[in-house]
Design a protein around this ligand. Structure first.
Ligand SMILES: [Zn+2]
Ligand SMILES: [Zn+2]
Ligand SMILES: [Zn+2]
Length: 124
């Protein structure tokens, strides 16, 4: 089965974003406001998805579904955030310190912070 999504190839080495992606800025069927432009790499499968719902729906269709794992703080230096506007990657630490992309200045959705615990292990 091919998983071609028909999206235009992005320049350079931008990683593939999986899930129910609607456009080149990684908006998905769940979150698609003007500022929902980041995709997150999941610690469990090292794949980029636009949101945790995309991740869960995609892995549920796999032969051996897995549960999403949050990034432990020790790994927050990992490049795990993809800016959908310029397709450059940020580390988790970097992403948590900015409200816009440091590369292209696109604004990130402040609402995403409310979901931080779904992607990053914030306990210490
Ligand atoms: Zn996963
Ligand atoms: Zn989604
Ligand atoms: Zn950017």
């Amino acid at each position: 089965m091919s998983n071609s999504d028909g999206a235009a190839p992005t320049t350079g080495s931008a990683p593939t974003v999986y899930g129910a992606v609607l456009d080149a800025s990684t908006r998905c069927i769940h979150f698609h406001s003007e500022r929902d432009i980041v995709a997150i790499k999941f610690a469990c499968c090292r794949r980029y998805y636009p949101c945790f719902q995309c991740h869960d729906e995609a892995v549920r269709r796999e032969l051996s579904p897995h549960t999403a794992r949050q990034w432990p703080q020790a790994e927050w230096s990992e490049l795990a955030i993809l800016c959908g506007a310029c397709h450059r990657q940020l580390s988790i630490t970097e992403y948590r310190q900015v409200d816009r992309c440091p590369h292209c200045a696109a604004e990130f959705n402040p609402g995403c912070r409310l979901h931080g615990h779904l992607y990053f292990d914030e306990s210490d």
